[in-house]
Design a binder for this molecule. Structure first.
Ligand code: SF4
Length: 733
């Protein structure tokens, strides 16, 4: 029976039986069963299956459990076995399915027709597209011009495969650096010795002092942090942890904290040193422990106590002296204090936070800071995409070929405004992004890769606790469009190029890369496939005793177990590693001499024409990696401060009054380079003469929803140095 062949009588029988089934009990249910039997051929039930995958909407690599109906993905949830997400997802993870179904996805390979500014493309067959890529690379190598490849930073086999292809051609790989603990590792290394990444044990802290770290939004590994934060605040077996948050705007973390100190980012290092100064001056530190470790504490103390007096710090930061003294005393009085910092904070603030953790005795203790055994970066040096783009924008040697694995480099908040013109002097730009995004808008050749649900995965999530993980998964869904896997594409291009390039690139398919990683993990003879908390702790106990029980009898079974579970985890960790490393290095802790300014006029006098300082923040729901075209996230944009689908600017009541701007109205923000309009949100206690503007990467021609958001704050930088402060003026619209 088809829908067309069901007649009125049968329809009435069916709907009547349905009503009866609900209202008449057993008799009705029998009618309903008969009607169901007759209608069964019309609507055969869809087959429900589940698959594991990995969320790639941010670098955290949370495990996904994908629900499929008739092999079509219909819902994403967290993978309960994944140690990162333990069954949870953030809003971006939930919205990732919109990337798979994005109606503006590229349907297949295409090449540009006419000048770049026209934005016209024509379809091209895959073999021809790969030939065009190989020819352009060959030309560039012949002319001895460079090759630069941009990608969002990740760690693991696919990142290696991407980097190896381009560096094998003599080119450079530049990375949009992830805002995770790898950003903090070098500064911790300076203080405490070379080694791994910092691990902040928020869960077991009794008191967290946060310098701009968005702990309830998207700090380091958002879902992991939120789980940890929940336990810190819940205080199951102890009192509820206290959170003090320092940030120049009233973010969600500021709202949720016990105390918010509205201090702009460029003055937070002074506040951190001010607190250290009080602790040292009042001798509220464990000097014998610090003496045990050794180092240059005496020099550091002389500097800090001499310069960062409570009066100086109060004048610089606006934090009253009594508050400063109280904060230092609270830190000293609690049993397990911890100081945390935003991953993209400036180096002087990271140094100040690490120094504070050292003097409050937070290293290597529960509720403090640990250091991972290894850093995740290996092989080639990690060139920052932002600095590479800034070099190109300032007229540096333009490469012959530019490859964009995704749009992240063009979307990073610190990139200069007019990104399209950065590539004017490059002969050829190729995009591997599946989306109609910023990469497509500058590329000459579009080679759309599979989206994450269609892809193989093997990568190392950010280090958040003392375990090590590799997220591994097969494709969860069939390719919806004419797209390819990353390694399959690069392997085909290497084969076309032949010679040393083909010989130096061992992989042909994405599955090859995952299988090689499974071989490596099997050969380590430790760890297990992702499993529940109890089993993971059991493996940890066994490994501490020197035992390894393979999770499967053979390499093949091991591979299947890891792919079915969504990854591999090794829970082995010996605490005390930092102390050991410090002992090995000798010389103890090396405190960096503090350089943060301590006077009220440190920020200088703002120019008369542009008296307001611009601060830019990225809302947690803004996606810097995947599809720009996710309406579910635009619905959340601005909540709870502003309206959905609008870019907004936060300012103090005094700043609003001076500019004659009202709460909720539109404000025009103008710098020397350009102007944008945004919704004005007046926030009590915002720092005076500062405006905080939401960064939402939106460009023309980037999909039917993304292009509706047009207030791109990068226009206010223009071609200026993205690291330099920008001042603006305000006017009502
Ligand atoms: S934290 Fe990142 S990886 Fe995890 S669900 Fe959210 S966007 Fe996905």
């Amino acid at each position: 029976m088809t829908p067309a062949s069901i007649n009125r009588r049968e329809f009435l029988t069916y709907s009547g039986a349905t009503v009866a089934g609900v209202t008449l009990g057993e008799v009705g249910r029998r009618w309903l069963a008969r009607a169901d039997e007759r209608a069964g051929a019309w609507h055969a039930p869809a087959v429900e299956t589940f698959a594991t995958s990995v969320c790639r909407e941010c670098p955290a690599a949370c495990g996904l459990r994908v629900r499929l109906m008739d092999r079509v993905p219909v819902k994403l949830e967290g993978n309960p076995l994944c140690p990162v997400s333990r069954g949870r997802l953030c809003a971006k993870g939930q919205a990732a399915i919109e990337a798979y179904f994005d109606p503006d996805r590229l349907v297949g390979p295409a090449r540009r027709v006419g000048p770049r500014k026209d934005g016209r493309f024509e379809p091209i067959a895959w073999p021809d597209a790969i030939q065009v890529l190989a020819t352009q690379i060959d030309k560039t190598r012949g002319a001895r011009r460079g090759v630069v490849a941009f990608a969002a930073e990740e760690h693991g086999p696919f990142a290696e495969a991407w980097g190896q292809f381009w560096t094998g051609l003599g080119g450079r790989a530049a990375w949009t650096l992830a805002a995770d603990s790898s950003r903090l590792a070098p500064r911790l290394g300076v203080l405490a010795g070379a080694g791994g990444e910092p691990i902040f044990d928020v869960e077991h802290a009794t008191y967290v002092l946060s310098f701009g770290a968005p702990v309830v939004e998207d700090w380091l590994s958002p879902v992991w942090t939120q789980r940890s934060y929940g336990r810190f605040r819940r205080g199951a077996s102890r009192s509820r942890g206290r959170l003090v948050h320092v940030e120049g705007r009233r973010s969600l973390t500021a709202r949720k904290s016990d105390e918010w100190l509205p201090v702009p980012g460029d003055r937070q290092a002074s506040l951190a040193y001010g607190i250290a100064s009080v602790l040292l001056r009042e001798d509220r530190i464990d000097r014998s422990r610090l003496a045990d470790i050794g180092g240059n504490l005496a020099d550091f103390e002389r500097d800090v106590v001499g310069r960062y007096t409570p009066d100086n710090v109060a004048a610089t930061t606006g934090v009253p002296v009594v508050t400063l003294l109280r904060l230092a005393r609270e830190l000293a009085a609690t049993s397990q204090p911890l100081v945390v910092v935003a991953a993209d904070a400036p180096p002087d603030l990271i140094d100040a936070v690490m120094a504070l953790n050292a003097i409050i005795g937070a290293f290597d203790r529960p509720g403090g800071v640990f250091q991972s055994v290894t850093a995740r970066t290996s092989g080639y040096a990690r060139v920052s995409a932002a600095s590479e783009l800034a070099r190109l924008a300032s007229g540096g040697d333009a490469p012959g070929v530019v490859a964009l694995r995704d749009a992240s480099a063009l979307r990073a908040a610190s990139a200069p405004g007019d990104v399209a013109s950065v590539f004017d002097k490059c002969d050829f730009v190729v995009s591997f992004s599946p989306y109609l995004d910023e990469a497509a808008s500058v590329a000459d050749l579009l080679l759309p890769m599979h989206t994450s649900l269609e892809s193989w995965h093997a990568l190392m999530p950010p280090t958040m606790d003392t375990t090590q993980e590799v997220a591994c998964a097969r494709p969860a869904a069939a390719a919806r469009l004419d797209t390819r896997g990353l390694v399959e594409l690069l392997g085909a291009a290497a084969a076309k190029l032949g010679g040393d390039v083909a010989a130096g690139y061992p992989w042909k398919t994405d599955a090859d890369v995952v299988n090689a990683e499974l071989d490596r993990l099997w050969s380590l003879r430790r760890g297990t496939s992702y499993t529940n908390v109890f089993q993971t702790e059991w493996v940890q106990q066994l490994e501490r005793g020197g035992w390894w029980v393979p999770p499967a009898p053979t390499r093949e079974d091991f591979g299947s177990a890891v792919l079915d579970a969504g990854g591999w985890v090794d829970p082995f960790f010996l605490s005390g590693g930092m102390r050991q490393r410090l002992g090995i290095r000798g010389g103890g802790l090396k405190f960096v001499p503090p350089a943060a300014p301590v006077d009220a006029g440190a920020a200088g006098t703002p120019p008369h024409d542009f008296p307001i300082r611009l601060a830019v923040f990225t809302p947690a729901v803004v996606n810097l990696m995947g599809s720009p075209n996710q309406p579910g996230l635009f619905e959340l944009l601005g909540q709870p401060e502003s309206s959905s689908w609008r870019v907004w600017a936060e300012l103090s009541p005094e700043t609003a009054r001076k500019a004659s701007v009202e709460h909720g109205s539109t404000v025009r923000i103008t710098s020397a380079a350009g102007s944008i309009d945004a919704q004005a949100i007046v926030v009590d206690r915002m720092p005076l003469d500062t405006i905080a503007v939401a960064y939402v990467p939106a460009i023309a021609r980037s999909g039917r929803w993304a292009h509706l958001l047009t207030a791109d704050v990068r226009r206010l930088w223009g071609r200026g140095d993205p690291a330099a402060p920008v001042n603006v003026r305000l006017a009502p619209v």
